[in-house]
Ligand binder design. Structure first.
Ligand code: PLP
Length: 468
């Protein structure tokens, strides 16, 4: 069965026994029947929905504001918006994207501490009043353009923790500068309402959150001391999103809950929000790419300076260079910008004919030598026209892809397991229960379904349902 989110975005609603693997194999068959070799990105919207539900369950005090920069595909934004999720936007076009979905301004934080003046004007015009700052110049801009904004001071959290992408080098007010900056805000008559931080994207130590929350408390107290009505804490992003992350979301959630109860107990009635990006989408997307070319090279050419490498040259086996139709200038820009080296793994959808594997390297389709996806891995011998797939490709991938060398982005396909979909979209549930084999529905978390009960009223655009 196929359904459409608005914008003509098709979603395959599949029986519960279907997996990414089976849906992918189906799509490969279709591509081959049509003689299509284009790479495609397979988005499992059920995975996004389940992530959101898990968030609500494990972090009941923390409202998620999804960081649009991470993956701004309409299907992702629409599903999250229908679930009642709020949004973190970094620019005018992200604000537009989210508001075009009908998201109310009160469900948006403009979380970029250094904003273009015209973008602040746009936020003011559309009443997106919650925004971050971390420097004095920003305060003067905001005073001129949007005096009534509700300001959140972004601080630089302690940085002695393992993090994939350090953000403190660019943003965040150092703790020694907090008081003078807040005094300036006071002098300008601005309305500071809270504190935010980002421990860094891809946090590898849960204690980074505890330390940052503790520091936020100290900043909160300075704000209160200066007479601000401090009522909001924003704990940023940094939560893991892969299928098998090096640190689990549950572990981080436990530490966060404990630190919140200690430093921001619930009877203080402080609103707690977060800006998760990769958590919501990383594992939901699988990239499937086609081998478009192949070359054998002698393994003894692969020494560091071209010299023979003795242990390798003892073998007669060649090494193989595979060229596929997505690369570092496309979805794999995450290798450069998101430090993703250790996280991308290649698999072969088909059963290999035998168990033998060969040393090989994977290359993107452009003419640039930097376009190398994996310098050294092991794969069975594959043919031009075979497919490789890569898990965890939902975060910071296509959103930053270029068209360098005239290469196109992967085609997008979305699917969702029927049981998950029908829980969220009851209108379709009524119409389609008879058509889809499904297990009984169990509405789990109280909060999520209270929220969706409200939003369901305004989902008429989950429109035409047709049987393929
Ligand atoms: N919020 C801000 C201000 C960011 O800069 C980022 C990422 O760079 C995020 C949230 C999302 O972070 P993550 O994807 O690690 O959750």
């Amino acid at each position: 069965m196929k359904t459409h989110l608005e914008n003509n975005c098709a979603v395959d609603i599949v029986p519960i026994e279907e997996t990414v693997q089976t849906v992918m194999e189906e799509k490969i068959k279709l591509h081959e029947m049509e003689d299509k070799e284009e790479a495609f990105m397979l988005g499992d919207l059920g995975d996004v929905i389940n992530k959101y539900k898990r968030w609500v369950k494990k972090l009941p005090r923390v409202e998620p504001f999804y960081a649009v920069k991470c993956n701004n595909e309409h299907a992702v934004l629409k599903v999250l918006s229908d679930l009642g999720c709020s949004f973190d936007c970094a620019s005018k076009s992200e604000l537009q994207m989210v508001m075009n979905l009908g998201v109310e301004p009160c469900r948006i934080i403009y979380a970029n501490p250094c904003k273009q003046r015209s973008y602040i004007r746009y936020a003011a015009k559309h009443h997106v009043s919650l925004m971050t700052f971390d420097n004095e110049e920003e305060l003067h801009k905001i005073k001129d353009i949007y005096y009534g904004a509700r300001l959140v001071l972004r601080i630089r959290p302690p940085n002695d923790f393992k993090i994939l992408c350090e953000l403190g080098i660019k943003f965040g007010c150092h703790k020694t500068k907090v008081r003078p900056l807040l005094e300036t805000a006071r002098r300008l008559g601005l309305n500071v309402v809270g504190v935010s931080f980002h421990v860094g994207s891809g946090c590898l130590e849960a204690s980074a959150f505890a330390a940052a929350i503790q520091q936020a408390r100290q900043v909160f107290d300075i704000g209160l001391d200066l007479g601000f009505d401090m009522n909001l804490l924003d704990i940023g992003g940094g939560f893991p999103g892969q299928v098998s992350p090096p640190i689990s979301f549950n572990e981080i959630a436990e530490v966060v809950n404990e630190a919140l109860d200690l430093y921001f107990p619930s009877d203080d009635r402080i609103r707690i929000i977060a800006e998760p990006g990769r958590y919501m989408v990383a594992s939901a997307f699988t990239l499937v790419a086609n081998i478009i070319a192949k070359r054998y090279v002698a393994r003894d050419q692969r020494g560091e300076n071209g010299e023979p490498v003795s242990s390798l040259s003892a073998s007669d086996e060649p090494a193989i260079m595979y060229y596929i139709n997505d690369g570092v200038y496309g979805s794999f820009n995450c290798l450069l910008f998101d430090h993703a080296h250790d996280h991308v793994t290649a698999y072969i959808p088909r059963e290999p004919e035998n168990e033998l594997t060969y040393e090989c390297s994977l290359w993107g389709p452009t003419c640039d030598g930097i376009d190398c996806i994996n310098e050294k891995t092991q794969l069975p011998e594959l043919k031009v026209g075979d497919w490789l797939y890569f898990l965890d490709m939902g975060a910071y991938t296509t959103v930053a892809a270029s068209a360098f060398n005239g290469m196109t982005q992967p085609v997008r396909y979305y699917f969702c397991s029927a049981d998950v979909w029908l829980e969220i979209y009851p209108k379709e549930k009524r119409e389609e229960t008879k058509k889809i084999k499904q297990r009984p529905l169990h509405l789990t978390s109280g909060r999520i379904f209270q929220e969706t009960a409200v939003t369901h009223e305004k989902i008429p655009d989950v429109s035409s349902t047709s049987k393929d």
